[in-house]
Design a protein around this ligand. Structure first.
Ligand code: PEP
Length: 292
């Protein structure tokens, strides 16, 4: 259904597509051969391990278990795991090229006296192409501001890497019907200075704070509504082509039970999964979702 919709969009705007690039399954950007590829937004299922698991051996075992759930029957999607820095290289080896391994964040600084920081070039040098920015836990627990997050996005893109910018409202904001307004501010501040062309290196994760780690997944209708608002904001900031091409993932207590319906919504292009990405069976079912 979604592919059909995207194909229709392609027919309408076919003239203006050639300037874009798309990213392939392994996140490598390159020229596209047809506009159909551009508007058929490739689904993107990703996991965020946060401060887990507790040892390298556990990370390797989990990476292998998740990789083993990817079979020839798995949909043609992008799959990534965002993992703690110290586990990146061993997880890359464990998954054996079956999925991408990204960083949970990078410093907006490139080098120098920033004790404890890790730069985009450092993670790039060990095979990372994607990093998160703006996760609500980083915003609230670590005080990362929109300006800091924007610096991370710019630095990653500068390095030729891709960024998944996380945005989302709190429960109080949701209850005051401010989800769209909060996302607009976070999108505009997070993406400041990023050009239309550079947007091919950006994915958005809409993660309502009230749904993260709470077991309270947004209904497909609520998520779809905010996703379509986010797409409209991106159209406003750039243009319709960029809005149509940008992947917007949903995050917040996604589970094997909720993924199929979420992934069936026209503006939901993937999922960012926390808790369930620590369980190989659950995350495997999420990767192998079945749109309804
Ligand atoms: C997250 O950490 O990005 C997240 C969505 O977590 P969870 O799936 O556990 O709600």
């Amino acid at each position: 259904m979604k592919l059909l919709l995207n194909a229709l969009i392609f027919l309408v705007v076919t003239d203006s597509c050639s300037a874009f690039t798309s990213s392939n399954k392994f996140g490598i950007t390159g020229g596209i051969s047809s506009a159909t590829e551009l508007y058929a937004r490739k689904p993107f299922i990703s996991g965020n391990w946060k401060l887990n698991p507790q040892t390298r051996d556990e990370a390797v075992a989990l990476g292998k278990e998740i990789a083993s759930t990817i079979t020839p029957d798995t949909p043609d999607i992008d799959i990534a795991l965002f993992v703690p820095y110290v586990f990146i290289e061993s997880t890359i080896n464990a998954v054996d090229g079956k999925l991408m391994v990204g960083a949970e964040g990078v410093s907006p600084e490139q080098k120098g006296a920033f004790t404890g920081a890790v730069s985009s070039s450092m993670v790039k040098s060990i095979g990372v192409n994607w990093a998160l920015a703006g996760h609500s836990e980083r915003r609230t627990l670590f005080g990362e501001s929109d300006e800091f997050i924007n610096g991370q996005c710019l630095k990653l893109i500068d390095e030729g890497m891709s960024v998944m910018l996380c945005i989302g409202e709190t429960l109080a904001e949701y209850e005051q019907d401010l989800a769209g307004a909060v996302c607009a501010v976070q999108l505009k501040k997070g993406l400041a200075g990023i050009s239309k062309e550079q947007m091919t290196n950006v994915a958005i994760a809409y993660e309502p704070v009230w749904a993260i780690g709470t077991g309270k997944v947004a209904t497909p209708e609520v998520a779809q509504d905010v996703h379509s608002k986010c797409r409209a904001i991106i159209k406003d900031m750039y243009d319709e082509d960029v809005a149509d091409a940008t992947r917007i993932l949903y995050g917040g207590s996604v589970s094997p039970e909720s993924v199929d319906e979420l992934m069936s919504q026209p503006d939901i292009d993937g999922a960012l999964v926390g808790g369930a990405s620590l369980d190989g069976t659950k995350f495997g079912r999420i990767i192998n979702y079945q749109p309804v």
